[in-house]
Design a protein around this ligand. Sequence first.
Ligand SMILES: [Zn+2]
Ligand SMILES: [Zn+2]
Length: 243
Amino acid sequence: MKITFDQIQVAYEVASAVFDGTLSRADGVQRLHEDHDINAGSAGDFIEDFRRMMMGQEFHRTLSVEATDYFLGRIAKERDSAEFANAIAANYAHLNYYAKLAKGGPQHAKRRIVDAWAAKRSSPTDLGLMQAKFADAVERARADAPTIRQSRLLAAAKLPGKVQVVTEAYVRNPDVAAEVLERAKGICEQCAKPAPFVRHSNRTPYLEVHHRMKLADGGEDTVENAIALCPNCHREMHYGVRE
Ligand SMILES: [Zn+2]
Ligand SMILES: [Zn+2]
């Protein structure tokens, strides 16, 4: 039985709600089956394929060309660009998987659809937001049982998707950095140990210039507000436990 456009549309909405955790998987399948006449197997496939698209994982149940086009269109419009990149990677992984199946094949029409979406630039991702989301996703992955994580790893696309990012940067004064490095004379101004190695580019001790009050918080780019740190102390300053 052919799935209609209306069914594809509602399948997307249900799959998206299940992924976001506002609807249970069982309720999603039931809604698609009972209210929209989609068989339970296909309903589950839509939900699982969407989840794998969001995670950038290879999915196995094939979607129609029409459903693929619709799903990628909504993902491009509604999800962030990292999720869109994951969805593209997952679709390529699926095409490659399906091409090798005995009953499979190259799915040329679908590949053209995926190529066309992949070529469309989605709006650039905020780099800071993307890093924060990644850190959060790592936390959630660590909270899962190792068996769950390993089964996801087996299904994961091996080549990551790419996105364009935007970020804000401060135009720093090179004299401040030079002056602080001169002041430190190769010794970390926090732990008082010598720099751990010599820079390849100019043969000077490797230290990093850190702002005591962050530039992002209105801190000044001045010698007084800057300190030369070894990489360990610098990381600790940003990520360590604060008493
Ligand atoms: Zn140090
Ligand atoms: Zn710093």
